[in-house]
Design a protein around this ligand. Sequence first.
Ligand SMILES: [Zn+2]
Length: 321
Amino acid sequence: MAEVNCFWHAPVWRRLEAYLSQDRLPHALLLQGPAGIGKRRLALTLARRILCEDGRACGRCPACRLLAGGNHPDLLTLAPEPGRPLTVDRIRELIETLTLTPQYGRGRVVVLEAADRMNPAAANAFLKTLEEPAPDTVILLLCEQVSRLPATIVSRCQRLPLIPPPRQEAEKWLVAQGFPAPQAGLALALNGGAPLAAKAWLEGDEPERRRRFLETLEALLSGRRDPVVLAGEWQTEVPERLSVWLLTVVADLVRLGHGAGQGLVNVDCRERLQDWAEKLDLNQVFGVWERLLSWRRELQSPLNQTLVLESLFLEIHRLRP
Ligand SMILES: [Zn+2]
């Protein structure tokens, strides 16, 4: 992948540069921030600086070449399977590897992705490596929600929060990469302002799928289609996506229903949403919103998506004036 200049990393990177130049990089860093803010990218950039033979991520030395090929033995990356917790077995494997001496002379870097998805046993085991750090090892923990990590782990890390840049600057950054401004704005609004998430959104098939989903909602609210049949059509969609689409639409309806157009997410269909908001009973819309929130909380555990969708679609169908 071509190197992308993540300008919003600059403040954190300045701190890291200071640590590196003074040779006092903490042994554990916690990179926290929303999905698509570039935590992994920043961690790997730092790993290149640490492991490069001349410490500058030169791109030419044997270490840099191994890193570019994704097989430097002193860079250990660990990530849970999609939708699964990180288990203690994987952490034990890591701990065992840390007892060995690094193979090259530049120490070792551990990148622990989605650290907030460690299960309690894994977190417990991992805590020991933080309490008794292996020599010449830098541990980079990546997480979206610090509140899901045990305080004992957080307190042993130097925290580096990554914050989305101002919306306008992020939009400019996307436009400079060839995306039209209205779509860039929409992508940012739908992705919490995280530029890389917005970019991936624009490059993938999600805009088209979301457009079709909005048509589904239209069909439900106008009573043109059967909710159970429609639920069947969407049963294989990624639940996370569905819940985001629905939540943002319902939140926009509540906003517009209260006469507040500020902070609207689905800016591309403002008129349609305004029309719905005027016709629907806001109390009932609020009921759907609460059900969506409870569905989202349960997304990590296996659910019968068809059943959940059927009941949600039926409820939306019943919103019809
Ligand atoms: Zn190098």
